[in-house]
Design a protein around this ligand. Structure first.
Ligand code: SF4
Ligand code: SF4
Length: 390
């Protein structure tokens, strides 16, 4: 319901019930302290910060007054980590997005992303026949049930030129460690992250059912993802009965290091700082595995940014923001690159295709001599320094 000019609010019971049903009343404990608004990184970038507190209040009252906050949110959950009442703010935001689709009130461009998922099976609007093109020079075979793992590449590393390099590097690392693996090639299905994070939850459930069926028919027991977003979907949003174990690749590499299968023979002398992807860290509690892998490399010095682990700053690419425009100079990644440069690291390392894209974009504008690399690329380079050919 629109607020009249005289500032009188008329409450609408039917609308209130609709919002309550969609959100499960999750914002009810909010007592309007405003910590979320102060924590949200948008307050560091925009004169008018995204007013998360007001968004929660309107949701409590069932007032429909769209101001875009629902779509600015990257679902990074930094605010949730500080909320004294434990309000699942990002989940409320996703529920409000679901209602926005029902009201046909979504930013232009997003329906096109959904159509791309429907017709092409990926949000990049690329033909399914090109899905395995990244692997042409990487000597990757088709998955067989006797393989140790299914290498689940995901849409962004399959189609985005920059992320394809990460996909190839990781395949080489698996080979160097003697892992038997394969992919589903052109038949690899999308995990559904774009649909879920943009609030198309009914469509996501259809996609998840199709994808899980394909894994089951292929005999998949353990799958290893490149992206923390795919990992999060499989771990937290697919039915627990789907019968396969999802791992993020940093978890799998940490295990290979611990088992002595992944070894580094020569020093790889760089100073690196690690950017925790939100969907690996805050969302799934995986902080140690990427650091254990990096610290196993002789000569590599790991330094932390002021905001690390649970307090890490988001890159700005989660929560479907990859599919929406953000002006240069107003991006979370602009802040993050400045923070990383302050550590005097040579390399800003991360473990997520969305983070790589956002951080590299900001780095180009920053003038810094730092590089952005994925953990998989650092490991591949360290193996190559020791004479291995990943
Ligand atoms: S931090 Fe939590 S309790 Fe405080 S305004 Fe935000 S949602 Fe409400
Ligand atoms: S989840 Fe992140 S982007 Fe969204 S409101 Fe909270 S701090 Fe801001």
């Amino acid at each position: 319901m629109k607020r009249p000019k005289d500032d009188v609010i008329t409450l609408d019971d039917a609308l209130w019930e609709r919002v309550m049903a969609a959100t499960d009343g999750a914002m009810a404990p909010c007592f309007q302290c405003g910590v979320c608004t102060a924590t949200c990184p948008w307050s560091e970038l925009q004169n008018e910060p995204v007013n998360v507190r007001a968004l929660m209040r309107r949701a409590q009252l069932g007032i429909e007054e769209p101001d875009g906050a629902v779509w600015w949110c990257t679902t990074c959950r930094a605010c949730e980590a500080q909320c004294p009442r434990g309000v699942p703010i990002a989940s409320v935001v996703l529920a409000l997005r679901r209602l926005a689709w029902q009201d046909q009130s979504v930013p232009k461009g997003l329906p096109g992303v959904m159509w791309a998922l429907h017709w092409d099976g990926n949000p990049w609007r690329r033909p399914p026949s090109q899905r395995a093109a990244w692997a042409r020079t990487a000597d990757v075979k088709r998955f067989e049930p006797t393989d140790e793992i299914l290498y689940y590449v995901g849409c962004t590393p399959s189609y985005d030129n920059r992320s394809q390099k990460v996909a190839r590097a990781l395949a080489g690392v698996f080979r160097a460690a003697g892992v038997t693996f394969g992919t589903l090639g052109e038949d690899e299905p999308c995990c559904g992250d774009a649909a879920f994070s943009l609030g198309q939850h009914d469509y996501f459930r259809q996609m998840a059912a199709t994808t899980a069926r394909r894994f089951s028919e292929s005999g998949v027991k353990t799958l290893v993802t490149v992206s923390p977003h795919c990992y999060d979907m499989f771990r937290n949003h697919y039915p627990a009965t789907d019968g396969f174990l999802p791992l993020h690749y940093t978890q799998y590499l940490a295990q290979l290091v611990a088992d002595g299968r992944l070894r580094f023979e020569q020093p790889y002398p760089i100073t690196a700082t690690f950017h925790d992807p939100c969907y690996l860290g805050r969302e799934n509690g995986v902080y140690d595995a990427p650091r254990q892998v990096l610290e196993a490399i002789p000569g590599l010095k790991l330094v932390e940014m002021p905001r690390n682990h649970e307090a890490a700053l988001c890159c700005g690419g989660g929560g479907g923001r990859m599919w929406m425009e953000t002006k240069a100079g107003e991006r979370f990644s602009d802040l993050r690159v400045r923070e990383a440069a302050g550590t005097e690291a040579d390399v800003l390392v991360t473990a997520c295709p969305h983070c790589i894209a956002c951080l590299e974009d900001s780095l180009k504008l920053s003038g810094s001599a730092m590089r952005v690399m994925d953990v998989a690329e650092v490991v591949a380079a360290a193996l190559a320094a020791g004479g291995a050919s990943p």
